[in-house]
Ligand binder design. Structure first.
Ligand SMILES: Nc1ncnc2c1ncn2[C@@H]1O[C@H](COP(=O)(O)OP(=O)(O)O)[C@@H](O)[C@H]1O
Ligand SMILES: [Mg+2]
Length: 457
């Protein structure tokens, strides 16, 4: 059952009724009173007219008068002589003074018990010096209504019905306008709960309902993105593990079944197994770190960090490897302090990852690390004269598992997670990272962190 629709519709209708019913009642009351007063006035007038008329006519014409009254009007007439005897009656049953009609009084109401008709009556004396001296009674049915009164009443009824219909229509439209989108959203929410994210609610209004529909659409989109990125992530992870695992399986099987030519080859196999196990270890380590970083509560030990120091310790770690490849590693540190609020160990990790890449992807030339202050920010660049990255690949290198040349990167021991970790760590410490590269010429990574202000500790 569409309850909101009925609840809302019911409330609005009830409200309308609360206003319309008393209004109708009051109007009806006013109208009835007005009509009744009108009948009274008319009856009295007619009684006076007839009294005058009666005073002037012949006794023999009384029957004629009564007859015309009976046939031509809805009113009735009763004529009494001086002694109170009825000499003419156009149609009042059981007319008897003193019983249900008071002997005295000039007006009042009277009920004809035979046919149940209610009357208003008026009583007038006929002057005693005239031929037909006595009294005359005119009876008008109380439910009598004049032509204009009927028109007024019909207009009232019509406008009442009109108002009611209008209220119905209005209620229906308003309730429907409110309940339809709510129902649609409820259905959409159920579908989403069941995992069906192909939800596209129409946004037709700019009110709260419209923005709620909009939010639900966005939620569905967001969940869809999340679901697909999670699927991609899992397929990437399993893919990354498949290669080292197949190596492990293959070479350990060869060793187990003795399928090697000599001792040298056996040693080779063992080294491969060792390397692949190490690679898997790195992969697990990096994955674990990355997943922790993506959580809200990644612990950072914030302190005042001299960026220069972090760059220097990172450089020391890759120096040997650089020298081995014949690449010069230089540091250019600007005069003055480059203090930022960060986790020193993590800043060093950022430099280490960038420098390891620089060494890996550079064949000849040099690697340069620069640290300087620019405005209120501390900037650091790591540039190399290496193989560079083509512009088409550049936007993706910070993504997890993304490697420009899969096989080369693998041979160099990369997991494809280094830059993803760098980006996470940079952003966790309120920094930005930016890359520029020219294919075949070299690559420059630029880091920027807000400088520590006085009082930061
Ligand atoms: N200094 C660089 N010069 C050229 N290419 C780079 C450089 N740094 C990173 N890349 C490219 O970006 C990819 C992603 O880097 P990274 O996330 O560190 O993964 P990897 O484990 O392969 O080093 C690398 O595989 C490489 O293709
Ligand atoms: Mg790397």
């Amino acid at each position: 059952m569409n309850t909101i629709f009925f609840k809302l519709g019911g409330s609005i209708m009830a409200l309308f009724m609360i206003v319309l019913l008393p209004l109708g009642f009051v109007l009806n009351q006013i109208f009835t009173n007005f009509n009744y007063a009108h009948i009274q006035e008319e009856t009295e007038e007619r009684a006076s007219q007839y009294a005058v008329l009666l005073a002037g006519i012949d006794e023999s014409n009384i029957a004629l008068l009564v007859k015309s009254m009976a046939s031509e009007t809805v009113q009735e007439v009763v004529i009494l002589d001086e002694n109170g005897n009825v000499v003419g009656n156009s149609g009042i049953n059981e007319f008897a003074l003193g019983e249900r009609l008071p002997a005295q009084g000039t007006r009042g109401s009277f009920t004809d018990t035979v046919n149940g008709q209610d009357y208003f009556y008026s009583r007038k004396p006929v002057p005693s010096d005239s031929v037909n001296a006595g009294e005359i009674y005119i009876f008008s049915p109380s439910d009598l209504m004049g032509n204009s009164a009927v028109q007024v009443r019909n207009a009232l009824i019509l406008s009442g019905v009109g108002a009611l219909l209008l209220a119905f229509g209005f209620t229906f439209i308003v309730s429907k306008k409110l309940s339809d989108p709510l129902q649609a959203m409820e259905k959409a929410a159920r579908r989403m709960a069941r995992g069906d994210l192909e939800v596209e609610l129409p946004v037709t209004t700019r009110d709260e309902l419209g923005s709620l529909s909009n939010s639900m659409n966005e939620l569905a989109q967001e969940l869809k993105r999340y679901r697909s990125s999670r699927q991609e992530f899992f397929s990437n992870v399993s893919h990354e593990f498949r290669t080292p695992l197949s190596y492990l399986q293959g070479y350990s099987h060869a060793l187990k079944t003795g399928r090697y030519q000599n001792k040298v080859e056996k040693q080779q196999f063992i080294s491969i197994i060792h390397e692949e196990a190490q690679r898997m270890n790195r992969l697990v380590h990096d994955l674990f770190e990355l997943s922790r970083m993506e959580e809200e509560s990644f612990p950072l030990e914030l302190e005042l960090v001299q960026v220069e120091n972090a760059a220097q310790s990172a450089a020391a770690k890759v120096e040997a490897e650089a020298t081995k490849k014949g690449i010069a590693l230089r540091l250019e540190i600007e005069e003055g302090s480059q203090l930022i609020v960060a986790d020193g160990f993590r800043i060093e990790q950022i430099f280490t990852n960038l420098l390891k890449n620089a060494v890996s992807y550079t064949e000849k030339g040099h690697i340069l690390v620069k640290v300087c202050t620019e405005g209120e920010r501390v900037k650091a660049t790591v540039s190399d004269t290496g193989i560079g990255i083509v512009p088409e690949e550049l936007p993706y290198i910070f993504e997890r598992f993304y490697r420009v040349e899969k096989s080369r990167a693998r041979d160099l021991g990369g997991t494809g997670l280094g830059l993803a970790i760098v980006k996470q760590l940079t952003e966790l410490q309120y920094g930005t990272i930016h890359v520029e590269s020219r294919f075949g010429k070299g690559t420059t990574f630029t880091l920027s962190f807000p400088e520590a202000r006085e009082g930061d500790e």
